[in-house]
Ligand binder design. Sequence first.
Ligand code: NAD
Length: 542
Amino acid sequence: MGKGFFKVPKAVNDPIRTYAPGTPERDAVLAAYKDFYSKQTEVPVYIGNKEIKTGDTGEIRPPHDHNKVVGMYHRASKTHVNEAIDTALEARKQWSQLPWEQRAGIFLKAAELIEGPYRATINAATMVNQSKTVFQAEIDSACELVDFLRFNVQYMTEIYAEQPESTSGAWNRLEYRPLEGFIYCISPFNFTAIAGNLPASAALMGNVCVWKPSDHQMLSANVIMQIFKEAGVPDGVINMVNADPVMMTEEVLSHADFAGVHFTGSTSVFKNIWSQIGQNIHTYKTYPRIVGETGGKDFIVAHKTAIPQQVATAIVRGAFEFQGQKCSAASRAYISESIWPEVKELLAKDIESIKMGSPEDLTNFMTAVIHEGSFDKLASYIDKAKEASDAQIVFGGGYDKSKGWFIEPTVIVTTNPNYETMETELFGPVITIFIYEDSKWEETLKLVDETSIYALTGAVLSQDRYALSQATTALQNCAGNFYLNDKPTGAVVGQQPFGGARASGTNDKAGSKLNLLRWVSPRMIKETFVTPTDYRYPFMGK
Ligand code: NAD
């Protein structure tokens, strides 16, 4: 602590701007979008104070317009990866000793920069690079990232304030040290906010990071790095290194000073990382912290008492916003047979009205999926469903990759609760529905619990309080974020800390104290005022 018990500004959620016609934010974001479209952005490798152009490059193309190139990113070599680790460890000497209020000041400034001067830029980069509509970009790259930064600063101070009891003879102090070594942060394509938060949360607690963004988020990752620099994150504290993921991960995980991984992405990649850490355990100076938020097969369960319009809206928003590429997106639903005909009719109306295209056209509700690999995978599952005897495509099922990676919002209805799209994470705008008999409510809850390896999000809709209570108990282990009478997406920092269990992750709840605690190693300091000078205790007297 410096020379005062400083209070940080109370964190409040950044208000979502509307982007309605005539608003200044709409003009600003469209201008920034056009700017990205009309120029070539070159994204370097950031190590310390260096911006390295390695010449080994990848192109940046908007998923909704894949013939267009809007820039390129440079890939790091093995030598660069090691240079980034060395640079981070060098930076650690000063960063880990910097008073916390200085770190807080940097990340509060970063939040302010995103909220104001960088808002249009970071949203536009996310629209161009990850094909988010302006609203999806706004709630992610502006609001959520601002919230992560501000709430984490507040949580950090709350953690530091948690101290043990002391007596008059001894003063006990708990010091929340950063981890000894460096943190490896690996981020996914789908949330700009997550990409920023993975290194920022660890760095806020005094750690140094080597951050590997996704190949499919490089434009917005570059904006994040520029913001960190302008906010005053010192050189070497966060190094942004894009490289071949297998090579880079092998290099990082075999380093003796590797102290932790902060991962968000798919389950299989995380499991591999975990097993590599296990194999290298004798190499490390310290037991690494392993934090990973991974895949999901998120559900909606509609009881016979649910209101059909609410169910239809939960499905459309939950399954199709951002093309179903939220980790929390609804991808399996269980609807009671008595309400299904009405839900189906309402779904038909909604789905018919959905417009899909470029995010630059603000009337679009959906745009393209992230890349050709994802497009091909989704198309193959759709094709299989077209042929299956136990599944039927009731809405959508079309796809077109001529201009962008466009998949229609698709609803499959299956008679087989274990049909493969009820179990496998597809990560696209495809939801599979199983219609259950009203009398089989309890069996259905069991089915929901046992069908998937994941446990990320889930929603139950019902007007019957007993049914909601039953579901809350029966489904207690199959979602880290559980919603009653809502869709399973849209967690807000400070309100619904996010993370799942089972194969969905270590459930360390991004944007909460629980997450920040993983990036510190407490040291207990006991100071005795009158130090004993005789080894004998009173009971030993004659
Ligand atoms: P992904 O696993 O393909 O990639 C994530 C990151 O891992 C990227 O930076 C990628 O380059 C890197 N990577 C890929 N292969 C690797 C390897 N062999 N070794 C080390 N790193 C490797 O995931 P994605 O497609 O970017 O994101 C979608 C996935 O992320 C989905 O499964 C989704 O459910 C999950 N996700 C989960 C959460 C959550 O909070 N639970 C949030 C967002 C995304």
